[in-house]
Design a protein around this ligand. Structure first.
Ligand SMILES: O=c1[nH]c(=O)c2[nH]c(=O)[nH]c2[nH]1
Length: 298
C-alpha cells in the first residue's frame, strides 16, 4: 500500500520559564513561554517505534531551562530562540531543523512611596511579544510580533460609502469609536539584528500610525500602519495583521428623554469584524519556510 509519513515535527509545548537575575538586591525578571519543535530523521520512530533518533521532549524542555542559566539569562527572545535552534541542529546529526517559538510577558517594577520596588513587579501592558525562529539546515528565518495590543480612538474614524444591499442596515457614520486588539507578525530579512530596539520601534510606529490616521475604514488604518513600518525598517520584508473591529454601538437614550451625541456606547464583545492583511515589499526575499505553522494570518 502506498502510505508514507509526511511532514512532521515534535517537541515540548509551552515551557514556562521565569528567570530572576539576582546579582544585586535590585532583581530583574524575564518571563517567557517556549515551544520547542524539532524536525529530522524521524521516520523510524513513527513507523516502527524505534526511538534512537527521538530526542525526548523532556530533554528539549530541560535544554530550555539549562540554556537560560548557561546563557546568563534570556535576552532578546529572538536571540534565545536562535540559540536553541542552533544548539539542537548542531548537537545532533539526526536533527536537521527546528522551530522555536517564544512568547514573552513584560513586567514593570511596582512604584511604591519609596520609589520603584527592588523585587516586586506588575505585569506591563496588554500585549505579549512573540517570535518564531525556523531553522532548516543552514537557513534561518525570524518572524516576530505581538498579540493583543488593545487600542481605541474615541473619534477620528468614519465608515460610509459601502454597498447598500437588501440586507444592509448599518447606518453610515462620520464619527465613530475605532477599537481593536492588534495582532501583528513581521518577517525579518536576515538575523544578527538589534531585536529589542526594532521591536520597540515597530510597536511605537504602529501606535503612532493608529493614533494619527484619520480612518475611513479599519482596513485603511491597518494598511497605513504596515506601510509606516516597512518605510522605516528596511530589515523587515513584510508584516501581517489580524485585527478585530471591536464595535461600539451608540445606545438609544431617547426613551429616557436624553440625547446621546456620541457619549454612551454599548461595547459589544461579539460578533466582531475581523480584518486581516499582509503589507509587503514587492522586492522582498522569498519567505521560504518562515510562515510554516504560524496560523491565523493571511
Ligand atoms: O472599518 C470597517 N471596515 C469594514 O469592512 C466594516 N464593515 C462593517 O460593518 N463595519 C466596518 N468597518
Amino acid at each position: 500500500m502506498g502510505i508514507r509519513l509526511g511532514d512532521n515535527q515534535y517537541g515540548k509545548a509551552e515551557v514556562r520559564l521565569v528567570r530572576v537575575t539576582r546579582d544585586t538586591p535590585v532583581h530583574e525578571i524575564e518571563d517567557v513561554c517556549v515551544t520547542s519543535q524539532l524536525r529530522g530523521d524521524m521516520e523510524s520512530v513513527h513507523t516502527v517505534g524505534d526511538n534512537s533518533n527521538c530526542l525526548a521532549t523532556d530533554t528539549q524542555k530541560n535544554t530550555v531551562y539549562a540554556k537560560a542559566k548557561e546563557n546568563g539569562g534570556i535576552g532578546a527572545i529572538e536571540d534565545f530562540a536562535l540559540l536553541l535552534a542552533q544548539h539542537f541542529v548542531s548537537e545532533h546529526d539526526y536533527i536537521h531543523g527546528a522551530r522555536q517559538e517564544i512568547h514573552s510577558y513584560g513586567w514593570n517594577r511596582i512604584d511604591t512611596a519609596n520609589g520603584p520596588h527592588d523585587h516586586s513587579f506588575v505585569r506591563a501592558g496588554s500585549e505579549t511579544r512573540t517570535t518564531v525562529v525556523t531553522k532548516d539546515g543552514d537557513q534561518e528565518w525570524v518572524v516576530s510580533g505581538f498579540d493583543g495590543l488593545t487600542v481605541l480612538k474615541s473619534t477620528g474614524s468614519e465608515f460610509h460609502g459601502y454597498p447598500k444591499t437588501h440586507y444592509t442596515t448599518l447606518p453610515e457614520t462620520t464619527d465613530r469609536i475605532l477599537a481593536t486588539d492588534i495582532t501583528a507578525r513581521w518577517r525579518y530579512i536576515g538575523t544578527g539584528l538589534d531585536w529589542d530596539k526594532t521591536y520597540a520601534s515597530v510597536r511605537s510606529q504602529l501606535l503612532e500610525a493608529f493614533a494619527t490616521t484619520h480612518s475611513l475604514a479599519l482596513q485603511q488604518t491597518l494598511y497605513t500602519m504596515g506601510r509606516t513600518v516597512l518605510e522605516n525598517h528596511p530589515e523587515i520584508a513584510e508584516i501581517k495583521f489580524s485585527m478585530p473591529n471591536n464595535h461600539h454601538f451608540l445606545v438609544d437614550l431617547s426613551p429616557f428623554g436624553l440625547d446621546n451625541p456620541n457619549e454612551v456606547f454599548f461595547a459589544a464583545d461579539r460578533p466582531y469584524g475581523k480584518i486581516e492583511a499582509t503589507v509587503e515589499r514587492d522586492d522582498a526575499p522569498a519567505a521560504g519556510r518562515a510562515w510554516e505553522s504560524i496560523p491565523g494570518f493571511v
